[in-house]
Design a protein around this ligand. Sequence first.
Ligand SMILES: [Mn+2]
Length: 430
Amino acid sequence: MSQGPLSADQIESHSRMQRALLEDEYDALRRTLARRGVQIDEIKERVASFSVALPTWGSGRGGTRFAKFAIPGEPTNIHEKLEDCAVVQQLCRVTPRVSPHFPWDKVDDYAGLREEAAALGLSFDAVNSNTFQDQPGQAQTYATGSLSSTVAAARRQAVEHNIECIEIGRKLGSRDITVWVGDGTNFPGQQDLGRSLDRYLEATAEVYAALPDDWRMLLEHKLYEPAFYSTVISDWGTSILAAQELGPKAQCLVDLGHHAPTVNIEQIVARLHRFGKLGGFHFNDSKYGDDDLDSGSINPHQLFLVFNELVEAQRSSKGEFRPAYMIDQSHNVTDPIESMLASAEAITGAFAKALIVDRDALHEAQEANDAMMAFQALRRAYNVDVGPILAMARFEDGGAVDVLQAYRDSGWRTRKAQERKPVGLGAGIV
Ligand SMILES: [Mn+2]
């Protein structure tokens, strides 16, 4: 195992104190689940092999467009972000990959960065391009859009940036590029709704043509923000049509928060899978129209229902089933490491609950049109406290039984506050 940033001895001694209680709870749950014909060790093994990527930008404090409140010791560059992601991985054991964002995470030596990550126990997941903001010295502005801009030179620049991200990703060992554009309009009539999509498709096809054979392009849709009247890739319908037109290496990425309120997102997962276009999922939560709150903090039941569809999708998968899972949220008021730890726990917990669902009972009730018993098959699994399964899987892999307490006791942030330079005042989204 690679050396994590925290003391392994300290984590182990921390977990040792809780071991007796954990074993007692795990055995009690073993008996409960066995009565339902569920073998707890099988669930634990599936949980142990589950993983979700961390976004490099998630390790820093985010903000709204009004303000960002930095905390002492937060990371200031990709090297420090990797360190913090490694702390999360060392404690929770389900986040072994990081998803970088360019140009935010640009360095001169990507082979070196890959080695640096490996030494911390991390590898790289999907690369993310950024054509939703201008960078210092950039020739063209994205004020009129990027891949769909009416300005040919801006489209060209956006295409070249995406191709550069693919090249960087190859050096980092990535196999996916996630493309989200902020393109859209704020006024009816501002742009032609048909022609803007044409321009997007034409430009994106050039990026698609640059994909290596074993790569995927993940199209991420978003209903609104930063554009407030229309966005070019607004919903899963537009996304799947674009992915179908681009080709088999283009798939759709569903961000939990990128839909109109009350949209049935688990159904979107099922639909995309049906047509072989489910490429990935970004986890977060929302209360109103945002996509920034911590996973499972507002609607854990929805998270469970999403995983119920993902488990169904995996069971009915015809080929390789490897959706790119990533946490994508903005940590505005917490220590980002704590939010990522708690979110990883919530996401893995929803997955574990979905695994506990009695699929035979569910499918039988569905076939018999027994609505109540079908619902109860889900409800019975949702009501299980899977905490001991997650903790046992972590513990057996050298992680912490109580991730938040172990993190706080490590004094990591206090130490980093003395070592790292202050981030300073700032504004803006993550
Ligand atoms: Mn996202």
